[in-house]
Design a protein around this ligand. Structure first.
Ligand code: SF4
Length: 210
């Protein structure tokens, strides 16, 4: 049976006594918009933009700029932490998994890579909680994501904020905010392989429609 991680998050929030420090890994500005709106009243948030999976670097920078844009446009007092483009981190973990379909084991490793960096930085800088915006996407398996978060939480002894941000229409809200603030939206998940997969799909669809 699937765990309702949104309910778990709501329970955590209901039991908060103050505004804890949260290190929120953000995959992109669009996804983070509804998540920030939701968490901002309850946490002292720092956004971590660590996405070595994104290819090419121009796309990485584009998404980083959207991340800055949304924080500014939504008028949030939030720090943004960016630690540079480390595509080799992703290359290491995806070696041999180039032909995996989106959603497969390469993605599990990609989630783990980004969450582990998040918990390491959270630990070093005395954050109370860490989590990621990734579960806002209907293409991301929140069961898998939360299990990775749980394991890392025990390993590093930092509290993990369980979440399933797509619940309560989180994904729909992200789309609305992207429209409202006129944000750039990418057509692929992030890595070189997902870019190829998305382009193939577009080509096939065009071919079928001709
Ligand atoms: S498809 Fe997305 S989640 Fe999967 S490996 Fe590529 S960038 Fe990471």
């Amino acid at each position: 049976m699937k765990t309702n991680y949104n309910l778990i998050m709501e329970e955590i929030i209901n039991n908060l006594k103050d505004k804890p420090k949260l290190l929120l890994h953000a995959c992109c500005g669009v996804c983070s918009s509804s998540v920030l709106e939701r968490l901002y009243p309850f946490f002292d948030i720092t956004v971590l933009y660590y996405n070595p999976n994104i290819y090419p670097i121009e796309e990485y920078n584009k998404r980083l700029n959207v991340q800055k844009e949304i924080i500014e446009k939504m008028n949030f007092k939030i720090n943004l932490l960016e630690i540079g483009y480390n595509n080799e981190d992703f290359e290491k973990i995806s070696k041999g998994l180039e032909n995996e379909k989106e959603g497969g084991i390469r993605c599990t490793k990609c989630f783990h890579l980004r969450l582990e960096k998040t918990v390491q930085i959270a630990k070093k800088n005395h954050f109370d909680y860490f989590t990621t915006t990734l579960s806002v996407s209907p293409y991301k398996d929140s069961q898998r994501l939360n299990k990775i978060g749980e394991v890392l939480s025990k390993e590093y002894n930092v509290k993990y904020l369980y979440s399933d941000f797509k619940k309560k229409e989180g994904y729909k809200r992200s789309n609305e905010l992207a429209k409202k603030y006129d944000l750039y939206r990418q057509h692929y998940c992030g890595c070189e392989y997902s870019l190829n997969e998305a382009n193939e799909y577009i080509k096939e669809t065009k071919h079928q429609n001709n």
